[in-house]
Design a protein around this ligand. Structure first.
Ligand code: ATP
Ligand code: MG
Ligand code: FE
Length: 333
């Protein structure tokens, strides 16, 4: 089974060909980061325009690198949502046009299902499993009993983890996106500033990061007023320690309670070195549960993960038709 995946939900124009849902034949990503950097965030109108310019080239490149013809494809999978509606529409319309022109089945994929299925490009998924999804727009614990069965057992009530990273980075005058910069500074700094951890109600697997973000901003502001200087490295280390403490503790508790066989890390923040190390350390104590962490290139937005998730939907007969539409607030479960 060869599936072409297409992803345009945010600021990456991506296309990939995946064999049997597990083997990457090509994985092309055109990032627009440089165009959005000076605005300190993704500008939807600019994103749409870049997608229009790039989409045909990126798909052609993915097909050429994979050395696969449209006749050999089994289906075309595309991110249907969530994301920026104008950006999503470019991918959805490209997928529909190609599916129609080549008489191929069309599959609509949830972007977060894609992030989770990036793990299937690394190793076999063993159910039941738990996935910690940490990205620019999402922070969720997802329980899966089988392929395509998603149950969100906890999610953020305000900011996503990546959003908190980007906002704190901005307060520290670091370039956008700030996650990788905080990660780097945190490695060099010390945890010297006492910051809150939002545990929420006993037994809750929900998250909250806006209080932490505000605490960082207030601490920086107050120090500034007093003419004191806080070392950005120490602030980065302290902020990162607070985020990781909550993410890892809740993930480990849920993995135990739900008695899972695997824990999968997913989403752009999964690239965080501190998070990866701490999750590895804590999960090592639970030696009956396997921890899977994808390589960095599969953690951030790409289309191989969309093709991988799309292959499962295709084999389950969950096909879309020409009425497929972009859905900016599509639900996972
Ligand atoms: P979503 O997947 O929720 O729709 P998105 O696609 O924009 O959102 P991703 O591309 O998956 O999000 O991830 C981007 C986020 O990951 C950004 O917030 C970025 O700062 C963060 N990020 C990337 N690398 C790191 C890192 N090393 N440490 C912390 N955060 C990181
Ligand atoms: Mg992105
Ligand atoms: Fe994403």
């Amino acid at each position: 089974i060869y599936v072409l995946g297409i992803e345009t939900s945010c600021d990456e124009t991506a296309a990939a060909v995946v064999k049997n849902g597990t083997e990457i034949l090509s994985n092309i990503v055109a990032s627009q980061m440089e165009s959005h950097k000076r605005f300190g965030g993704v500008v939807p109108e600019i994103a749409s325009r870049h997608h229009v310019e790039q989409i045909t080239l990126v798909i052609e490149e993915a097909m050429r690198k994979a050395d696969v013809s449209f006749q050999q494809l089994s289906a075309i999978a595309v991110t249907q949502g969530p994301g920026l509606v104008g950006a999503l529409l470019i991918g959805v319309n490209a997928a529909k046009a190609l599916a129609f022109a080549h008489g191929l089945p069309l599959v609509g994929v949830h972007h977060i299902a894609g992030h989770i299925y990036a793990n299937r490009l690394v190793t076999e998924m063993k159910f039941p499993l738990l996935s910690l999804v940490v990205s620019g727009g999402h922070t969720e614990l997802v329980y899966m009993e089988g392929h395509g069965k998603f149950q969100v057992i906890g999610e953020t009530r305000d900011d996503a983890a990546g959003e908190a990273y980007d906002k704190v980075a901005r307060a520290l005058n670091l370039p956008y996106p700030g996650g990788p910069h905080i990660d780097r500074l945190a490695q060099e700094g010390k945890v010297t500033i006492d910051l809150p951890r939002a545990w929420l109600e006993e037994g809750s697997y929900d998250f909250s990061f806006s209080g932490l973000k505000s605490a960082v901003l207030n601490t920086l502001h107050n120090a500034n007023q007093r003419g004191e200087i806080i070392d950005p490295k120490d602030m980065a280390a302290s902020f990162q320690a607070s985020v990781i403490d909550v993410l890892v503790t809740k993930t480990v508790n849920a993995a135990k309670e739900y008695n899972v066989r695997q824990v999968l890390l997913a989403g752009g923040v999964a690239a965080n070195r501190g998070l990866r190390a701490e999750l590895e350390r804590k999960m090592a104590e639970l030696d009956h549960i396997e921890l899977v962490i994808p390589p960095l290139s599969l953690c951030t937005d790409n289309a191989a993960m969309i093709a991988a998730a799309g292959t499962v939907l295709f084999t389950q007969g969950k096909l879309a038709d020409m009425a497929l539409n972009a859905d900016p607030s599509l639900e996972l479960d």
